[in-house]
Ligand binder design. Sequence first.
Ligand code: C2E
Ligand code: CA
Ligand code: CA
Length: 600
Amino acid sequence: MLSVSEGLVRNLARASVLGGALAPALIYALVGFSGLQQLVTDDARVQARRAGSAVAANPEVWRYATDRLVDQIEEVRHVATHTHLIDTDGKLLAQVGEECTGICVDSGAPLMDFGKIVGEVRVSADLVPVLARSAGIGAMGLAIGFLLIRLLDRHVLLPLERIRVTNVELAFYDPLTRLPNRRLLMDRLGHALVGSRRSRVFGALMMLDLDNFKALNDTQGHDAGDQLLIEVAKRISASVRQEDTVSRMGGDEFVVMLEGMGTVEATAAKQVEAIAEKIHRALNQPYAISAKEKSHHSTPSIGVTIFQGQDISIDVLLKQADVALYQAKGAGRNTIRFFNPQMQAAIDSRSTMEAALRNGLKQGEMQLYYQPQTGRDGELTGAEALLRWIPDGKTPVSPAEFIPLAEDTGLIVPIGLWVMQTACAQLSAWAKDPRTNQLQIAINVSARQFRQPDFVQQVYATLRDTAANPASLKLELTESVVLENVEKVIQRMQQIRELGVTFSLDDFGTGFSSLSYLKRLPLDQVKIDKSFVDEVTSDRNDAAIVRAIIAMSQALGMQVIAEGVETEAQLDFLKNCGCANFQGYHFGRPTPIKEWERFL
Ligand code: C2E
Ligand code: CA
Ligand code: CA
């Protein structure tokens, strides 16, 4: 080895292509690598330091050096095929997939760190083994080294002290989970798209988000949240192949990129689906997130899109996965949805829809339907107000379609206010009729609306302006609303209750139900979710859950109402369990107020 390097150095020194200060620098680099530091003069050392990130522009030097050096390190070539290089100014020198080769010469701790990131940058294979090897040289006590890389057609020589490994980690990795971050993902995705365009091989992008993660964070603290994220990261990574990219985009959002899914779309889709299901199963297993909570349950929603390098931008692809994720959430969470052309139409129409919704609110296209609520003996006790948007005056658009959009855009705030004002106006109209003056109206309050700083004020002003009886107004909140920032929510609920207004907890049983919180919330009523009522006569688990909810609510002094009651059998079961309030098609569908005569 000594003789090879010695010869190399001499050749290099002799080579007329080497000019100026760069020659000793390069020589020093090469010599450093081969462990022949005794050949380096002090002068070379100084000049090498000065050379800094100067550019050695001659391809021949490059070829000459790499041919020989890489020969010597053949045996460690398998170490890895990816890496990233960044200098101390944060400038990216070489990134994933970029044509870049390099020779690294260094020693000591920083090098060991370098060893750690080896395996994360796709530079041509040359760089990596050198990095790995140079770690060994470090053990021999070399104090300084250089990295010579070829970046596109430039040759860059850098002293290693200008390359901070921590920067690489910060810039490209999520510190909590150690997964690639958004920036690195974007990078790899860009290359994957180019590769796929050339090869016609399908790839896929999967966007995942944990259902009710916020509630966990708020109720159990951020450490528990972090623990969960770390475990989720591990499980996703264990569910995919080494060459796939699992990244964390921030918060509880993860993105997985799959490549090499074959050239047949149907097969690719099947394969991707199988992987998505595998991840889904893995994430559905209980988590031991703390000593206290050994069996925490968390579920993901997953949106998937596949690509074949069509002329599609990274942004559009991410958007597609996001839309699919959105659909998965809309479909009740804990599920997988594939992006499809109908969804594309939905995105295209999203902004159109937003404008239409905004306009519709102004033009009076919103309407409230009222669905009867009844007591034990079938007597009418009130109604739930359910929003309808009727853009063309004929076909109502389901709130399931536009409420999420309204939430996203903030339109839910004026819409929600309109709902409250309309319902309260109805209450004061009902107050004048002895048949209806005892009836309550329940309205749905969405998270964003409830969190408005002036929400209490809005309730107060609406009651005042409409002269509605506060005791007849019931606000339905979902668990996701009440478990976010519990203390504040409790305080706010109490302020509203002081006005005389009551609270019902909607969709109970579907979310992050926690007895200890339920006990503390100032609730008047718990609403058993339709999904339990559906199967109550056929599914023993659902029956048990319903029984437990009823018993628990009674013990806590809360009223129980069952929603989605469609059959006599369901009604009988619920009554036998002690439930005394009902809502569902069995009693009546949501109906415009002018058709309400028949319920009265
Ligand atoms: P939700 O609050 O859980 O409302 C109950 C939904 O179940 C309503 O759907 C209702 O029509 C439907 N439903 C009631 N009984 C039965 C039954 O026996 N069988 C079946 N299959 N369905 C039944 P809708 O009206 O489409 O509303 C969907 C969701 O939209 C509501 O779910 C609520 O979350 C939201 N929403 C509706 N109006 C408003 C509103 O004014 N503000 C806000 N923020 N959300 C609203
Ligand atoms: Ca409701
Ligand atoms: Ca509900």
